[in-house]
Design a protein around this ligand. Sequence first.
Ligand code: GDP
Length: 423
Amino acid sequence: QMGGRGAGAPENSPLQIFVKAKKKINDIFVEIEDYVKDAVNYMHEIEKEQQILDEKSVRQAEEFVQKVHGIKDVLARDHMKVAFFGRTSNGKSSVINAMLRDKILPSGIGHTTNCFLQVEGSPSDEAYLVLEGSDQHCSVESVASLAHALCKEKLKESEMVRVYWPRNRCLLLRDDVVFVDSPGVDVTPNLDEWIDKHCLDADVFVLVANAESTLMVTEKNFFHKVSTKLSKPNIFILNNRWDASASEPEFLDQQCDEQAGVRKQHQERAVDFLVKELKVCTPDEARERIFFISAKEALLARLAEQGQSPTATLAEGFQSRYFEFQDFERKFEECISKSAVKTKFEQHSQRGKYIASELRDVLDRLYLDAQHLRDDKLLQRKELHDKVNYTEQQLMVITQEMKQKIHHMVEDVEQRVSKALSE
Ligand code: GDP
């Protein structure tokens, strides 16, 4: 009964906005491709026989075939990308694991993520990882082997390790969501390099904060940098470890009041950060972007639901935290799919429209040229026709004249003959 949207009900997920849009725009490009190919084949055919086609138009139409191919390739790779940031140990890996409903990323002491980790659906239903600058597939059977593989390599903090995980094990991966886990923003990173390398194409950013403390300058700085490079980034703030503040001894007596007070304070600060400091959204929008959750509990609950771990003993208030986690997921899915459709497909549809209208211009020109050619030929035929007519008329006149002349001559001769006879 805790499950909410279970793994078996994908069709009402807001991610379907992206999935369906992707399918539709792909279908449209299949049609555009047919149209462009037909046009090119037709041009090649008439190129052989007629002289109305200029070389340039044919080459231009051939280039459209290449362009449509290029767009279809990019389209096939288009995905929704979410990047997680926050200080080390705030629970970034735990949040990702809870969303993926599986312990995929190593988390906890000694498993600090010291490079960027990207998790995406595997094209082959095998789990493997690929290090930056290599195309070798290292197979990973389990979290332990993933953690081991990551420790073994000397990785730079801005480097990216891609983890490919079987799509059928997680709806989010199946629906083309790509997760990026980052090293803690407190590890004195080169923020500019991070952002340029890994963030410019992110549709959503999630700041995983620690509900036991206030937002840190390092965390805020990172997002200030992000918002100078991207206009109005979509940012969610998760106040994680909300279970830990619930079970603190001083809360146990007057828990509700105290916790409500702390929550209100965190909430106000986070709203101010998004609205007044970063200016990325309105106060109403901000309230839909801030959540108080426990990633650890959500993950444990999901593992227990799937029978992968014994049912955990749940702390006070678990239900409402878990409900809030699910609420976050729903708002997140809505936000990421809408944003990805807009940023990714708008460009494709502009280019599709451009190609279709350019090709129409080429064909229009071809049609006009063909019409001119026909008109010219008709004119030539008419001139010829007129000439023939004229000659015929002339001939008639001449024949008529000749007839008369002959007639006169005959008459004349007759007269003269009869005159001579009578004389
Ligand atoms: P990261 O460094 O930000 O990726 O943090 P991890 O996900 O590795 O989490 C660090 C430690 O905090 C781990 O031992 C987690 O089990 C623990 N942790 C993560 N989320 C929560 C939470 O919501 N509540 C509690 N109590 N512990 C958590």
